[in-house]
Structures are given as C-alpha cells and as structure tokens.
Design a protein around this ligand. Structure first.
Ligand code: CP
Ligand code: NVA
Length: 308
C-alpha cells in the first residue's frame, strides 16, 4: 500500500491535523525524525521554476537523513521524450519518494499510478497542497487554532492556490471567503468539493465579487500572483482585469484588527498586494516561507510511515 499526496484532500482532515502537529514539533526538534536514514534518495523533479520549494524539499530530505536528487526535466528524458509511466518505473526502483512540480494534474496521476513509492505534488496548474500545509501551520502558530477562523482570498480565484485554499481550509473547519473578478472565479466543481467537506468539518465557503465583503471580519487575508507560471503571455490582460483586486492597507482595515496577511510568494509589490501590506506588521510571509520546510518534512515522514 502506497500513499500519495497529489491534492489537498488525498489526506483526511484528521491526518491533516496530525501532519500540522508534527510540523510544529519538527520545527522545535529538526533532526528528531530520520525516515530516510541510509541514506535513501528522494527525487525532486521540476518542470517549472522554483526557489522555496526546491530549497525546502532539498533541506528537508537532508534533515530527515536522506539525499535530495534535483532533476530539471528540461535536461532529462522526460517532457515528451519518455512517458511519465516509464519514468515512474525507473525512479521507483531507486528512490524513496518522488516530488514533482509540473503543469497538468493528469501527469501526477499517471506518475502515482505507476509508482510504488509516494508521489507528492509540489505544484501543478490545479493544486499547491504542500503550500497549504505550511500556510495552515503558520495560521496555527499565529492564531493558536484553525477551526472557526475566517480566511479571505482576494485575487485570481481560478488558480492552483485558490483551489488549495478552498479545499484545505474547509478540511480544517475554517470559513474560506473568496473575492475575484467574474472571469476568475473558482470552478464550480472545486467550490462544491469544498462545500461538501465544510459540511462535515463545520467550515463554510463564501464567493464574492467585492473584496471588501470577502475580507470583512477575516482573521487571515491572503492573495497570490495574478499571473501564474504558464500564463505569462496573458500578463497585460490580467493586470487590466484584476484592477481593484489588490490587497491594500485600506482593504486590510476591513479585516479583524489582529488579522495576519499571507502570500505563498513570489510576490509582485504594487499588483496583487501593496508593499505597505506585504512588508508591514500584519504580514507573516517569512514565517510562511520557512514553514514549507517543517510542513513538508512532516508530510514526508507521514507518507513514509503509511507506505509499506
Ligand atoms: N511558494 C512557492 O512554491 O515558491 P517557489 O515557486 O519559489 O517554489
Ligand atoms: N499561482 C502561482 C503560485 C506560485 C508558487 C503559480 O502557479 O505560478
């Protein structure tokens, strides 16, 4: 039996809570878990660029006693030359886990279907579930709880981060409140999935066209770039379309007084968020970036334990 993590709800709400608790413990005792002692190797494959994900997984695998093998897909046989299934069959015989940042979710599913070792989605066009483990950990650190809190996401609600916020925050029993231009709302299937999960956990989902309504009384305000990787040719149109959907100090004033601001980064000051907010006292972005390390180590140990 092998456990993969391709999207936020590939773990149960109880398992999500376990992983976050373990991440908080690992932050205090970074070398207390050694599942990759040997050392075993973990493949980290990148089809898209990365700073945080590359560094945090490489450092995390080393902290857990293993060796990270970073594979740039442009210089491998992947990417049209050799199938994903054949790549999985080669990797599974030599590595303890496969971490892959890619475009289509279907590729990750094909990799997982052909792998006897855990496959982890480190960002696809549809989901960024590792980021959400770090974000939930960061919210827990700053607010002491998750269930019952309100998180507002303002900006491109049709992207991977919005999808992951909807599902992962609903799993944690939070209220997820989205504001986006009509053309950039989340898919109805994703909203329905989050609503179904929220019905079980006590969370809820709100979708607004007005950022002020979304942010009202929020404990956490988040945003993400308006131009995700792969959308660079739409830059001019998107900057026009998202006018009025940037997070400013004025917008933050509608959240609760002690609200925190988060952003998965990289951020574009003056577009989705003002420099005043991103670099201001409510921003916890550097804790959030560091917590990628701790949360992913907790995830890797969890998947290793559940793969026998
Ligand atoms: N947030 C995030 O995934 O950052 P990188 O693109 O730098 O990995
Ligand atoms: N939505 C962004 C997240 C970057 C970490 C992207 O996919 O480019």
């Amino acid at each position: 039996m092998v456990r993969h993590f391709l999207k936020d709800d590939d773990i149960s709400p109880a398992e999500q809570a376990t992983i976050i608790r373990r991440a908080i413990e690992l932050k205090k005792a970074p070398y207390s878990q050694r599942p990759f002692e040997g050392p075993k190797t973990v493949a980290l494959i990148f089809d898209k660029t990365s700073t945080r994900t590359r560094v945090s997984f490489a450092v995390g695998v080393a902290d857990l006693g293993g060796v990270p093998l970073i594979i740039d897909s442009q210089t491998s046989q992947m990417g049209g030359k050799e199938s994903v299934a054949d790549t999985a069959r080669v990797l599974e015989r030599q590595v303890a886990a496969i971490v892959w940042r890619t475009y289509a979710q279907a590729g990750l599913e094909e990799m997982a279907a052909n792998s006897s070792v855990p496959v982890i989605n480190s960002l696809s066009d549809d989901w960024h579930p590792c980021q959400l483990l770090a974000d939930l950990m960061t919210i827990h650190e700053h607010k002491g709880q998750l269930a019952g809190l309100k998180l507002a996401y303002v900006g491109d609600a049709s992207n991977n981060m919005a999808n992951s916020y909807l599902v992962a925050c609903a799993m944690a029993g939070m209220t997820v409140s989205i504001a986006a231009p009509a053309e950039y709302l989340p898919a109805a299937t994703v909203v329905a999935r989050a609503e179904n999960i929220a019905a079980e956990t006590g969370g809820s989902v709100e979708v607004h066209g007005d950022p002020v309504l979304a942010v009202m009384h929020a404990d956490v305000v988040v945003t993400d770039t308006w131009i995700s990787m792969g959308q660079e040719q739409e830059k001019a149109k998107r900057i026009r379309d998202f006018n009025g959907f940037g997070v400013s100090a004025e917008l933050m004033a509608h959240a609760k007084p002690g609200a925190i601001f988060m952003h998965c980064l990289p951020a574009y000051r003056g577009y989705e968020v003002s420099a005043e907010v991103l670099d201001g006292p409510q921003s916890v972005i550097w804790d959030e970036a560091e917590n990628r390390l701790h949360a992913q180590k907790a995830l890797l140990t969890f998947l290793a334990e559940h793969t026998k």
